[in-house]
Design a protein around this ligand. Structure first.
Ligand SMILES: [Zn+2]
Length: 319
């Protein structure tokens, strides 16, 4: 059946203040700006009828606990965001995908504790900084009780950041226990960043496809949105989603700033591209997408099991 509806998942990575990390890192200059910009981003999204999913670095959770709890009461979804090298006293000198399974387990336990003490409950959703992950990430997240996350950026190749996602699934799926670029059967829903697969860029040896983030200095949002929506329609996935990202390091209170202007251009372009294809656009959160992915695959698994029991499964192709 052709795609009838696309879920728009608007996300923001809420970083630690740059005053505590490095001047050239992503993040707000200080937490007073951070709070204003997070609140303004949520307000702009809400005015358009879309909830926001916030992935929150542990220090940002500690800085703004009441703000995030209020946003959650208003329909926002909250999860954990983590750049190990930015966290705490700097003892983890690595990107997330550069950690082995035991290290990932240790830092996720520790930072989930910091987050839970601030927010009031443990995180169920996760996004690693720069989509940095390895084959241990999905099984470790599932083992620790995370239900879902936005872990991958399809076709991204940033080797020095341990973020390689060549041939990764472009649509939400259950994660694989062994091989991160395959869909699998873990009780963990991965929601990839939505990218324009026809727009591969190479800058300073890094390869990536453009997405719909408002942060760009020179992006043709109409072209990206048109391509993204057509690609989703052609793939016809079980859970059609557009997942867009930004950071708490742009002044969303200033309507004349480039990034908030781009945000509205991006949202308009997505709406127009969907309308042109006769597809409805509906706001959703990481939690909504997780529910859809986990429910759907369970149903598929049950059908498959029944098929095997009754001997109706067709012989597998060999070779
Ligand atoms: Zn980040």
């Amino acid at each position: 059946m052709p795609v009838q509806e696309i879920l728009l998942v608007i996300t923001m990575d809420c970083e630690r203040a740059r005053a505590e990390t490095r001047g050239d890192a992503s993040g707000p200059p200080d937490y007073a700006s951070s709070a204003k910009w997070i609140e303004a981003y949520a307000r702009i999204s809400r005015d358009r009828g879309f909830p926001v999913t916030f992935f929150i670095h542990p220090e940002a959770a500690v800085a703004h606990p009441a703000l995030f709890r209020d946003l959650a009461k208003d329909g926002a979804c909250l999860g954990l965001h983590l750049h190990p090298w930015k966290y705490g006293d700097g003892k983890w000198k690595a990107h997330f995908g550069g950690l082995d399974a035991a290290q990932q387990r240790a830092i996720l336990r520790e930072t989930s504790g910091v987050y839970a003490d601030a927010i009031g409950e443990a995180p169920l959703y996760f996004r690693p900084g720069t989509f940095s992950a390895n084959d241990s990430t999905f099984p470790v997240l599932a083992e620790l009780g995370f239900r879902g996350g936005s872990i991958s950026a399809p076709e991204r190749v940033y080797r020095e950041l341990c973020s390689i996602w060549t041939a990764a699934p472009a649509d939400p799926h259950r994660a694989h226990a062994v091989f991160r670029q395959m869909p699998g059967e873990l009780d963990f829903a991965n929601m990839p960043l939505t990218v324009d697969l026809s727009d591969m860029q190479e800058v300073n040896g890094r390869r990536f496809c453009r997405d719909l983030r408002p942060d760009y200095e020179n992006a043709d949002y109409d072209a990206i949105a048109t391509n993204v929506v057509r690609q989703i329609a052609a793939r016809d996935p079980a859970v059609p989603v557009i997942n867009i990202v930004t950071h708490n390091d742009n002044d969303y209170t200033n309507p004349n700033d480039r990034v908030p202007r781009n945000f509205l251009r991006s949202l308009d372009a997505i709406a127009v591209a969907c309308a042109r294809e006769g597809i409805a656009l509906k706001g959703a959160t990481m939690a909504d997408v997780t529910d859809r992915v986990l429910a759907l695959k369970q149903a598929a698994k049950e059908i498959e099991t029944v098929g095997i029991i009754h001997g109706r499964r067709s012989a597998a192709a060999s070779g």
